[in-house]
Design a protein around this ligand. Sequence first.
Ligand code: HEM
Length: 416
Amino acid sequence: MSAAAELPLDQLDVITPDSFQAHGYPHEAWARLRRESPIHFYADTGVPFWAVTRHADITAISKQPELFLNGPRLFVNARAEKMMQEEGKFPRPPTLIEMDNPQHSAYRKIISSRFTPAALKKIHADVDRIARKIVEDVLAEGEAEIDFVDKVAAPLPIAVIGWLLGVPEEDWPKLYDWTNRMIGFDDPEFNPTNFETDGMRAMIELFTYFSEMVEERRSKPQDDLVSLFTHAEIDGEKLPQLDVLSYCQIIVGAGNETTRNATTGGMLALIEHPDEMRKLADPANLRTGIEEILRWTSPVIHFARTLAQDTVFEGHGFKKGDVFALYYPSANRDEDIFEDPYAFRADRKPNRHLAFGVGEHFCAGAHIARLELEMAFKYLLPRLEEVELAGDPDRLRSNLIGGIKRLPIRFKAKPA
Ligand code: HEM
């Protein structure tokens, strides 16, 4: 019997960054929580919180944004709480995902129209071109051993986000560096000099860089997101400069690591399930296969909600200020929703996964992420003659993003 099956529930580790780095997702522990205590209190974790593990509860909580707030904290992490206090020295406005209503819905409208499938048709050809070039450059080697993250999974979202925002190509490496340091603030590899505050320093560098771009776009608007945010109006007023910068920050922060890890985790899942890889190589299965990759990898581990007032939920009384961690990867293995949830099936239907969350804060970039994943695998899979792991995945030390920093693979490509 495994450790997770024997331990008292209070000792199941579903929160420390160390555990996610060493073992990946604690699926056995989450399965026990879903079964035995689906909203379970953890008192001794720096920030006491309720672990919410069932699909139905995560959905119900996410659909009551006036009660379960995003503003007080975005995730459960003692270090992040400390950073927030430090941030008091460098006050910044909340990003979209840290806003509550009425502010949230007013700000969300600014990008909603840009990010619909119809509006994204305009960028289809560009994402296609970017993905194709990245994949073809790698496959041109014919037969090679590479780090899949470095060569494919990381460059694609960086290029797409850089291109959407209007950042010139020579500065795309900066986006890469800031994302690693902001999202990887808990991993000593990304924050070697000052473990506590380097994530925040990365954020300040990003703000400084984008302030110059905003100044330029003010007089010379272009067809990019920085121009959109700079000229957007709410109730006839332009956004304050810092809000424009926060909008840039959330796009950089939310759009990179997530897609990178869905792509990397997807490649890993396909290597481990060769029959499913063959299925996914058939264009007829591309769409369902990408949804299964999203369900399977579920790159966001959790986001938090904080209770606005005393309330009864699922027959239990909770107090104002109580903190909830919504575990999306656990919802995505919920036996009540998914048939055979631990099987990876490229043609799974239906697939009501919560990888993008649900409700008020549902991922604004979901269509973009899907497009990127489709393009990457569409070009990659039909050209792979052979592919295998060339080493173990190297995982990120984080309890927010299920990150893979390096995925060594060996491949042989078919001729173009
Ligand atoms: C596979 C890739 C991605 C995953 C798994 C993902 C996941 C998520 C999740 C779980 C949320 C929170 C939902 C909630 O609280 O209910 C979210 C929010 C968000 N995501 Fe994504 N995301 C991805 C890609 C992207 C991309 C490419 C962009 C931008 C181009 C983006 C921008 C955002 C924004 C702006 C929000 C905040 C929305 C709001 O608060 O209204 N995401 N994402």
